[in-house]
Write a protein that binds this ligand. Structure first.
Ligand code: OXD
Ligand code: MN
Length: 599
């Protein structure tokens, strides 16, 4: 196939990679439906993919990964900045030259027996001033088809690369060359000790080896849109954040745009597609995972969703928790590691009903019966669904100009201490709130010993492509730049409990809390001052139709100074690891908060 571009930088890079990896053939991808259908047909033919029941789940496919390759591998993920201190305490670091030498050894001949696909893609609406053009080279057809859904794959990107002479190079291999005549396995990958997810921030370069799964392999997502982009954004004065973006419209038609960051397992995708229970107020989705934001000409902060699809966790997605996500994956979807039912549809745990027929084929590709009690879907099983198929996607979600952000929301999972909602006194306190966002350890993280809280600054811990202290400083700098046009900042906790019972109903009723935030932004309601921030005056946060006993509401809104001081102690202990790089403004915020709590 002759190369469909004249850009010499790109041609040279492709030639260099082809020489190193020695694929049997090279295919330049065009993102067309024909290409998608052809690759899927090949994967069905080879046994890698299962075509799902066309009547129940049109144009959809299921894959089972290798049991060793089921999630992002944070301990094999590296920020290989030139200087170690630039990677900071939240990242693994290896000297870039040393890492490249190791990885060149692994890449040598690694595409033997395979096809090398060259994917031109845009993160963000093609041509948007906030978007970035990139090329992923991969030897996985599964990756190509997922990239079709998750990003914009189109030859138009090649035209932009020719014009700008710039692209972000992303190299990926499953790391499983095939000998002459060797039959491929269903899900090729390399053993854990050979997996590397490497980022070279000074070169805007990504090298991934050995895994075919999710964020390890779909390099537009966490590697580019968060790790590399956060480093670029830090240098260039914009923001790349692990945030959903939604539009909340009031009965008068006024729109509010909210960007929200939560650590995993806090219902981020559910919030992005929430069904409002406040009469006349409507939520529409712009993104469920990543926001890229730049100050616009009017001085406000404009956000785009750099992705084009949702790579959502399947288990727990049900008509009750997220009907809009279910609708988005009712067709044109790739499922990975779910149960395939006897009639070739999909099922997962907590889907809201028992597995039809009582069983099927589990994520390990074995016959499976629900009654036996083992999980059928992997807890990190996923759907890859087009955002355009989500019934509540904003009609203008692809507007290249983005949407002006009014509100930032941070949160975590605390069964006590942290009230339902509080607002920062100002942006700087908001940065403190984001930087100290924390959750109680779950049962899966009991190995953390006596650590009482897990801090996850801005829900970005595994995704900050540079020193987390510098990243916090960048947040303060953005606040200064935006001045009084900066978004208002709120902190929420949907998860307070009394014994086993949640005090707040959550899900659609979270819209009541969002409405209070919008009313604050509009100046419709006052707030009461507490040591930790501004909180609703009773009656302003609508509880009509909810059956919340007065004592529960009191607990939801309580600020226990003593208990909060313990959280501050935990925060101090956590922040100590940033040493000199901890912004002075963080220490200032800590001191002020402590003083207010002790007053
Ligand atoms: C994701 C994650 O997959 O945050 O979105 O891990
Ligand atoms: Mn995420």
């Amino acid at each position: 196939m002759s190369a469909p571009t004249t850009n010499q930088k790109l041609l040279d890079w492709v030639a260099e990679i082809a020489e190193m990896t020695t694929p049997d053939q090279i295919v330049w991808c065009d993102g067309s439906k024909e290409e998608y259908d052809r690759l899927m047909a090949e994967m069905v033919e080879s046994g890698a993919a299962i075509k799902l029941n066309e009547e129940k789940r049109p144009n959809s496919y299921a894959f089972n990964s290798d049991p060793s390759d089921v999630a992002r591998v944070e301990n094999r993920t590296y920020i290989a900045s030139v200087k170690e201190e630039d990677a900071g305490p939240t990242n693994n670091w290896i000297d870039p030259e040393e890492l490249k030498e190791t990885m060149r050894g692994l890449y040598k001949g690694c595409m033997k027996g395979r096809t090398m696909y060259i994917i031109p893609f845009s993160m963000g609406p093609v041509g948007s001033t906030i978007a970035k053009n990139a090329i992923e080279i991969t030897d996985s057809a599964y990756v190509v088809t997922n990239m079709h859904i998750m990003t914009r794959v189109t030859p138009e990107v090649l035209r932009l690369i020719e014009k700008e002479d710039f692209f972000i190079p992303c190299l990926h291999s499953v790391g499983a060359p095939l000998e002459e005549g060797q039959k491929d396995v269903r899900w090729p990958c390399a053993p854990i000790e050979k997996k590397y997810i490497a980022h070279f921030p000074e070169e805007n370069l990504i090298w991934s080896f050995g895994s075919g799964y999710g964020g390890n392999a779909l390099l537009g997502k966490k590697c580019l849109a968060l790790r590399i982009a956060s480093a670029m954004a830090g240098r260039e004065g914009w923001m790349a954040e692990h945030m959903l973006i939604l539009r909340f419209t009031n009965p008068e038609g006024k729109q509010f745009h909210i960007a929200a960051a939560f650590p995993s397992a806090c219902g981020k995708t559910n919030l992005a597609m929430l069904q409002s229970t406040v009469p006349g107020w409507k939520v529409e989705t712009i993104g469920d995972d990543i926001a890229w934001m730049k100050p616009g000409e009017d001085g406000r902060l404009y956000a785009i969703n750099p992705e084009a699809g949702f790579f959502g966790v399947a288990p727990g997605t049900s008509e009750a928790s997220n009907p809009m996500a279910l609708a988005a994956c009712s067709k044109d979807t790739i499922f990975t590691n779910v149960v395939v039912t006897e009639d070739n549809d999909v099922w997962w745990e907590d889907m809201g009903y028992d597995c039809p027929g009582g069983g099927g084929t589990d994520w390990k590709n074995n016959p499976w019966k629900q009654a036996d009690g083992e999980k059928g879907a992997h807890p990190n099983s996923r759907f890859t669904a087009a955002a355009a198929n989500c019934p509540v996607v904003c009609p203008d979600w692809e507007d290249p100009a983005g949407v002006p952000i009014d509100i930032f929301v941070f949160g975590g999972k605390r069964t006590s201490v942290m009230p339902l909602v509080h607002e920062a006194f100002d942006f700087e306190q908001g940065v403190y709130m984001g930087a100290t966002a924390s959750s109680e350890p779950t049962a899966a993280a009991l190995d953390l010993g006596n650590v009482s809280l897990r801090f996850d600054p801005f829900a970005m811990t595994p995704f900050i492509g540079y020193h987390a202290g510098d990243y916090m400083q960048h947040w303060f700098d953005m606040g200064e730049k935006l001045g009084d046009k900066a978004p208002r900042v709120f902190y929420v906790n949907w998860f307070q409990k009394d014994g086993k019972k949640f005090l707040w109903p959550g899900f659609g009723d979270n819209s009541r809390v969002l409405k209070w935030m919008c009313d604050r932004v509009e100046g419709k309601v006052e707030a009461r001052e507490t040591p930790i921030g501004l909180m609703p005056i009773d009656g302003d946060l609508t509880l009509d139709g909810l059956d919340i006993p007065a004592e529960d509401w009191e607990k939801l809104m309580k600020v226990d100074n003593e208990a909060f001081l313990n959280t501050v102690e935990d925060a101090k202990a956590y922040l100590a690891k940033f040493g000199d790089k901890l912004p002075a403004k963080m220490n200032e915020q800590l001191k002020k908060l402590e003083a207010r709590l002790k007053a």
